[in-house]
Design a protein around this ligand. Structure first.
Ligand code: BG6
Length: 489
């Protein structure tokens, strides 16, 4: 299958940090369909050859195992081309159109990796240049808007020039092998489904913790914050994957319909829940693995006295028969104690205790997303300790034990990465792992009252020292329900 992949923002950070390495891995794994071209588009004054040299130099910043050897790069580089253009100038699209039409590939992917403010005009210009034919697919990166209205405006423009099945909205969390395994766990195994409901589950915790700060993205992040950057998209997609009903098949719309129902069922915010069930924080100076790091307000590009949140914890509820009353706690932040993304399902205790168990010990399923990719099933068992048996006067003492499944060990850590998976899916036209416009709008609709509340807030985000698990108010929030975060108990 011949394809042309046009990379708007071809010299930008996303292109060389994530997309080129992912395309190279696909090439190395032999999964990139033969007969393709990758066409970088940017304003820079580059030729095909100097673009290849630019990309080659950037590979030095990629982790060692993913860097091409000299001869590998030479073969990969043959796919790379460059078109110099200003994406805001209608006239500049003619050159691109000429190049694409001369070849007339079966699939043309337009990856819009530009500043978000340019998404709509790029889509309009693609159409004006006659490049929105049925073979065209457009990939849009997040953030798609900064609130519901701006997201709807982008989606409306896109809808005027492309049909929904031509639009691939990326949420790279859906491309992670660990997240696909979550779907496999739920819908490829019969074991958990009967337990997966309010009768058996006490609470669910979704944590996406990063130990990194805002790095070089201070200016962008300061206008975005953790709620828009992580909760509206990645965390809510994880919540959907946990909370959705089994889809009727594995086709894109069957999956997306079920995710949409979860988003629609999220309990709306009230003045009271906005106060009690949302905690926002901002990191102050601290230390990460023994190295002192500055506070958020000292980061480059961040406004003095910035009120932007670098941490959010919240309590959500899915108001339907399966989940009514079960708290879903979401927590994400920068400069936390560790890089650790996991989903913890805490089951209810046994209805009647006949053995002696450590206080608070319950069955727990931990879905580790990163850096570990695997499953832990926490159980209670009798270890046969004779001294304990005599102390407990005949009552059997149970101790926590766990079954541990490490997908990296089982399948190898060289599995297909998120961007590689998603780019191949776009080229092959599979929409399963992409977000539909109605899902995205529903997610914005749900987070918007929080944004409004913060806009009028008189108190700043709660400070937390870099290297900790966030403000203590996040622990207080969950403790009010009688629970604790999984690293606390
Ligand atoms: C991005 C956010 O979407 O996800 C970043 O914009 C964040 O702020 C990143 O660091 C986290 O992705 P991952 O794959 O490293 O967990």
């Amino acid at each position: 299958m011949s394809f042309d992949l046009v990379l708007f923002g071809g010299t930008g950070d996303l292109a060389w940090r994530k997309l080129m390495p992912a395309l190279f891995q696909a090439f190395r794994h032999g999964s990139l369909p033969p007969g393709g071209r990758i066409i970088g588009v940017a304003r820079d004054d580059l030729s095909d050859d100097s673009y290849r040299a630019f990309i080659k130099a950037r590979f030095d910043e990629v982790e060692l195992a993913k860097r091409p050897r000299e001869e590998e790069f030479a073969r990969f580089a043959a796919l790379l081309h460059f078109v110099r253009m200003d994406v805001t100038q209608a006239g500049d699209y003619a050159r691109l159109a000429e190049m694409l039409k001369a070849r007339d590939a079966q699939t043309v992917v337009m990856y819009v990796a530009t500043a978000p403010g340019l998404f709509t005009s790029v889509c309009e210009q693609i159409a004006a240049a006659g490049l929105n034919g049925p073979q065209t697919r457009v990939v849009l990166e997040k953030p798609l808007g900064h609130d519901l209205a701006s997201n709807q405006a982008i989606n409306e423009t896109v809808r005027r020039v492309l049909s929904e099945k031509q639009v691939f909205r990326i949420d790279h969390y859906l491309g992670k092998p660990s997240v696909q395994n979550l779907f496999a766990l739920r819908f490829g195994n019969a074991l958990f489904e009967p337990l997966w409901r309010r009768e058996n589950i006490a609470n669910i915790q979704i944590t996406i913790a990063e130990d990194l700060g805002v790095e070089k993205r201070g200016a962008f992040y300061d206008h975005t914050g953790a709620l828009r950057d992580m909760v509206q998209n990645h965390a809510l997609q994880l919540l959907c994957a946990i909370g959705m009903e089994p889809p009727i098949n594995a086709h894109a719309d069957a999956i997306r319909d079920e995710k949409l129902k979860v988003l629609r069922a999220l309990k709306p915010w009230t003045a009271q829940t906005l106060q009690e069930h949302v905690v926002r924080g901002q990191y102050s100076a601290g230390s990460i693995q023994g190295v002192a790091v500055p506070g958020y307000q000292q980061e480059a590009g961040v406004a003095p006295n910035s009120q932007t949140e670098t941490f959010v914890a919240l309590r959500a509820e899915i108001a339907n028969w399966r989940w009514a009353g079960v708290p879903f706690y979401i927590r994400t932040g920068k400069r936390l104690a560790a890089r650790d993304a996991r989903i913890v399902i805490n089951f209810r205790p046994t209805p009647h205790a006949i053995f002696s168990t450590p206080a608070g010990a319950v069955n727990r399923l931990v879905i580790n997303l990163q850096p570990k990719d695997g499953l832990e099933l926490h159980l209670l068992a009798q270890g046969g300790d004779k001294r304990q048996a005599s102390r407990s006067q005949g009552v059997m003492q149970l101790a926590p034990v766990q079954l541990d499944l490490d997908f990296d060990k089982r399948f190898g850590s060289e599995r297909v990465g998120a961007y590689e998976r998603l780019l191949l899916d776009v080229i092959e036209g599979r929409l399963n792992l992409f977000v539909r416009s109605d899902e995205q709008e529903e997610a914005w609709r749900w987070v918007e009252p929080i944004l409004d509340d913060w806009r009028h807030a008189t108190h700043p985000p709660r400070p937390y020292a870099a290297g900790t698990w966030g403000p203590s108010a996040a622990s207080a929030m969950i403790a009010r329900d009688g629970f604790c975060w999984s690293e606390e108990c």
